[in-house]
Design a protein around this ligand. Structure first.
Ligand code: LMR
Length: 329
């Protein structure tokens, strides 16, 4: 493919050891769909910087944000083909590769930051990354964004039935579709970067997303109500093209692994804080009405959505379900 070991110069110096690729540059195209000022956008940039420093500029990570190269529906296929070397799709979108990933979409599964980190860095995460080791993909790690909230133009939304008859944008996912169906709403799986204009035109009433995505894509400008519900998790699996990985030298792999480890630590500690800060910015910059669910109200949503756990148990697998139930308890 294009980009691998692109020659820096056509001129061969006398002491060049071209056999070992000393003068060659490795280019990694890293495509994602969100804005730059987000947990994923900043992590991707940080990773690129670390790789650049550690390799003295020999490995170059080109980050293409905002779906500038591929939409969320396209990027997975582009990675498998090797047209890009890295992506970090929302875990929800990996359901098509491994249905086990749906375990992370279960409503009110992980109650806090700590349980999310435990799930992703522990047994659940390991099982999930292994389950996508196919179709030329190599799962590297998980990055976090945060908890999802609900926005709409027909609020306030305090209890599930307040969503009755509304049409909402979700990431394509039977688990998410079922949740909103149980609340009497219609949820449609659409591309992330299509959302703003459909909210603006009124074709959609609302959507669910993290504060970071609601802020950076300005959904708050075209929505009247935000329900702070923390009802689900949004995070990412960072994936590399396997053929590309195999062609790298041991040193190159080490540089990438170290940089990824440092980036993941940074992302997993800062993403939640970032969502908090951006909530303050939304409060300051817009007139959107924010309703934070009380514990009692949250319990009503959680009870309403309980059937989702049962319905997807078989697809997800009992072992993973058992582990997730322990985290939830
Ligand atoms: C979405 O489609 O809402 C998210 O997956 C976007 C993202 O990558 O955070």
């Amino acid at each position: 493919w294009i980009g691998f070991h692109t020659k820096l110069s056509e001129v061969t110096l006398p002491f060049d050891d071209d056999q070992n690729g000393i003068n060659d540059q490795v280019v990694i195209k890293f495509s994602h769909v969100v804005a730059e000022n987000t947990p994923k956008g900043l992590a991707a940039q940080r990773f690129a910087k670390l790789v650049d420093e550690k390799s003295n500029g020999r490995i170059k990570v080109e980050v293409i944000p905002n779906g500038g190269l591929y939409s969320d529906q396209e990027e997975l296929e582009a990675l498998k083909r090797g047209d890009v070397q890295m992506i970090a799709p929302a875990t929800t979108k990996l359901r098509t590769v491994s249905p086990k990933f749906q375990v992370l979409d279960l409503p009110y599964a992980m109650p806090n930051h700590e349980s999310i980190i435990e799930a992703l860095n522990g047994d659940i995460g390991k099982t999930l990354l292994r389950s996508i080791e196919k179709d030329n993909m190599r799962g590297l790690t998980f990055w976090t964004n945060g908890f999802k909230q609900i926005t709409t133009n027909d609020g306030p939304i305090k209890k599930p039935s307040d969503l009755k008859g509304q049409t909402l944008r979700i990431m394509p996912s039977p688990v998410l579709e079922k949740q909103f169906q149980l609340a009497g709403a219609k949820a449609v799986g659409l591309d992330f970067n299509e959302t703003y204009k459909l909210l603006e035109s009124g074709e959609l009433n609302g959507e669910e997303n993290t504060i970071s995505n609601i802020y950076s894509k300005k959904f708050f400008d075209v929505q009247s109500h935000l329900t702070f519900s923390n009802h689900g998790f949004l995070g990412y699996a960072v994936i590399m093209n396997e053929d590309f990985w195999k062609k790298l030298s041991k040193d190159e792999r080490e540089i990438l692994s170290e940089s990824m480890k440092e980036t993941t630590e940074w992302n997993q500690t800062h993403s939640f804080e970032m969502n908090k800060e951006q909530l303050r910015l939304i409060e300051k910059q817009s007139g959107i009405e924010i309703n934070t669910l009380t514990d009692q109200e949250r319990k009503i949503w959680s009870d309403q959505w309980e059937p989702v756990w049962k319905e997807f148990e078989e697809e997800i697998g009992t072992e993973l379900m058992k582990k997730m139930k322990q985290l939830r308890a």
